[in-house]
Design a protein around this ligand. Structure first.
Ligand code: SF4
Length: 217
C-alpha cells in the first residue's frame, strides 16, 4: 500500500460519507487480495462465551502462547459491551485452495502463514486506512493465531522479550475474543465447514476459508 492520507477528525461523520468510506474499504479489501468482502451492521456480530471455551476444550496449542490469544484477549462479556459501540464492520474472506492446506499435517504451518497471514495483512491494512480517515476506534480481528499466521510457529518474541516481530500486522483472531465466526459467516451466506487439521476428508470440504473483520465506526 502507498502512503495513506490522513483526514481531519470529525466528531459526527455524515452517514453519506460513512457509507462511501465503507464502500471504499470493501473495495480495498478485494484489492488487498480478499476473495470477498461485505459491509455488515455490527449488531449482527454475536459474542458467545462458548467460543472461548473452545480455546480450552480441547486446549488449543496457541492458548497463552501469544498476547493476541486467550487468556490475554478481552473476555466475551467485555467484548460484547465494546461491540455495542460500533455500527458497521467490514468482513473479509479468503478462500483456502486447495482445502488440503488446512487439513494436511505436512502443509499446516506453511499453509497457515500463507492463508491466515494474508487475512492479518488485509485486516491490518483496512484498519489503518479507516483509522487515518478519522475512524479512530477502527479495530481489526483476523483468523488463527499470529504465532502460526505470522511467526511460522517460532516462539513469541513479544512474550519472550516484549518486542513483537510484526507489531502493526498482528491482531487477535475473531474467535480469540469470543465472536461466533461460524454463525456470522453462515449469516452472511458464505459456506463454512468444521475444518480440523486431522481426520477430515478434504473431499468433503468444497472450499476452506479464512475470515477477518474490521469494526469501523
Ligand atoms: S512476536 Fe509473533 S507470535 Fe508474538 S505477538 Fe508478535 S506476531 Fe504474534
Amino acid at each position: 500500500m502507498g502512503k495513506i492520507r490522513a483526514r481531519r477528525i470529525k466528531l459526527d461523520t455524515p452517514e453519506k460519507i460513512l457509507k462511501k468510506d465503507l464502500d471504499l474499504y470493501q473495495e480495498k479489501s478485494l484489492q488487498l487480495g480478499a476473495t470477498d468482502a461485505r459491509i455488515i451492521p455490527a449488531r449482527q456480530v454475536v459474542v458467545d462465551p462458548r467460543v472461548r471455551l473452545k480455546c480450552l476444550v480441547p486446549r488449543c496449542h496457541l492458548y497463552g502462547e501469544t498476547p493476541n490469544c486467550p487468556p490475554y484477549t478481552p473476555e466475551p462479556h467485555q467484548m460484547r459491551r465494546i461491540l455495542e459501540k460500533y455500527s458497521y464492520a467490514i468482513m473479509v474472506k479468503n478462500d483456502v485452495l486447495p482445502a488440503e492446506d488446512f487439513v494436511d499435517d505436512e502443509k499446516w504451518y506453511k499453509a497457515h502463514m500463507a492463508h491466515q497471514g494474508k487475512t492479518h495483512r488485509i485486516v491490518s491494512g483496512v484498519e489503518a486506512l479507516a483509522f487515518n480517515d478519522g475512524y479512530y476506534f477502527a479495530a481489526g480481528f483476523a483468523a488463527g493465531g499470529c504465532k502460526t499466521a505470522l511467526c511460522g510457529g517460532r516462539i513469541c518474541q513479544f512474550l519472550d522479550s516484549g518486542r513483537c516481530r510484526f507489531p502493526l500486522k498482528a491482531r487477535p483472531s475473531m474467535e480469540a475474543v469470543g465472536i461466533d465466526v461460524y454463525r456470522l459467516v453462515s449469516l452472511v451466506g458464505w459456506g463454512i465447514y468444521p475444518v480440523a487439521h486431522k481426520d477430515v476428508d478434504p473431499e468433503s470440504i468444497p472450499c476452506a476459508i479464512s475470515v477477518g473483520i474490521v469494526f469501523v465506526a
